[in-house]
Design a protein around this ligand. Structure first.
Ligand SMILES: [Zn+2]
Ligand SMILES: [Zn+2]
Length: 330
């Protein structure tokens, strides 16, 4: 089986032809891969214990996907790499559950006056995104309020599902998860990346979770159409990072909780003709051995389907590089 290429943080660009711009590959780095709550300790060393945070570098942009506790490590890396140079960062939030925002108060770049952080997301609750993010830094939860940090932090609630981050085109899609939660797809010059850290795929095998008072037949039809909608959104993605928190047996006890199981996620990725799937949002009760087992199970499912899908369990600290398709981005 293929393994994820691990690269250092100073990849050498291939030599350009005379007069040609240097193509820079799209790179993604996992800074936090865990769901729900951080899980430090000897049994989670391999896959890591920090909560959701993925960095994408593409087309001159640094795009951060969610701000779980892994964001703290990314902050350290950015300061070490760029020293006192001004940073211009974009943070996309899928939703505001704790495991997706708790790293923000510990993100060193927000304490640097020259940094700019543009936070984008959808309304977090009836109070709005800005109130929710500022709330976790209010006294008595944290000593420094969000409005007191020296960096230029701008919070923007998205109203449209199509938007751009510099030359990177982005799309959002509603996820099946409690409250307001979305997934994103980024279209970079090196390929496209879909990110659904919290999502329960609708499937033919799992019972549809009807709306209150909704007849089962209607719920079944809605589940099928929702599944198709997600397949269209993901179709042909080079990389899919998706919530695969449970195995099949666990899922039976957690259906309707808003998280996926390996079997459904693999089947969704195959049907959407995704090229590479990262199992993500590892359950806090799963140790390294269990995650390895789930990765092996996912690969068996792929093999049984005669699919060319590559599948890995996401691991903290690993960088993956997408091939550069063209330059400049089209
Ligand atoms: Zn989560
Ligand atoms: Zn969540």
């Amino acid at each position: 089986m293929n393994t994820v290429p691990i690269i250092d943080h100073d990849p050498k660009p291939c030599k350009p032809a005379a007069g040609q711009p240097v193509p820079v590959p799209t790179r993604l780095t996992f800074w936090g891969v865990r769901g729900s709550i951080p899980t430090p300790g000897p049994t989670t060393v391999h896959y890591g214990g920090n909560t959701t945070c993925v960095e994408v570098r593409a087309d001159g942009q640094i795009i951060i996907l969610d701000a779980g506790t892994g964001l703290r490590l990314l902050g350290q890396q950015l300061i070490a790499e760029f020293d006192e140079q001004p940073l211009d960062l974009t943070l996309l939030l899928t939703h505001t559950h704790w495991d997706h925002i708790q790293g923000l108060p510990f993100f060193i770049p927000v304490y640097k006056p020259k940094s700019r952080l543009h936070i984008l997301g959808y309304e977090g609750s009836r109070h709005g995104l800005e109130v929710v993010l500022a709330g976790q830094m209010e006294n008595p939860f944290f000593p420094i309020a969000l409005h007191e940090v020296p960096a230029n932090v701008r919070i923007e609630e998205l109203k449209e599902v199509n938007f751009s981050i510099g030359p990177v085109r982005a799309q959002a899609c509603v996820a099946n998860h409690p409250g307001i939660c979305v997934g994103y797809r980024l279209f970079t010059s090196g390929g496209s990346i879909a990110f659904f850290p919290d999502n329960e795929p609708y499937s033919e095998t799992s019972p549809p979770h009807g709306l209150p008072g909704e007849p089962a037949t209607d719920a079944g039809a809605r589940a099928r159409s929702e599944r198709q909608r997600l397949i269209e959104f993901l179709r042909g993605a080079d990389v899919l990072i998706m919530d695969s928190q449970y195995d099949c047996e666990e899922y039976r006890r957690h259906a309707g909780w808003g998280h996926g199981c390996v079997k459904d996620v693999v089947s969704l990725a195959i049907e959407a003709r995704v090229k590479r799937l990262f199992l993500f949002h590892h359950d806090p009760n799963h140790d390294d051995a269990k995650i390895r087992q789930m990765e092996a199970q996912a690969r068996e499912l792929v093999a049984a389907s005669n699919s060319s899908l590559e599948v890995e369990a996401a691991r903290e600290g690993v960088t993956f590089e997408l091939p550069t398709a063209s330059y400049p981005p089209t």
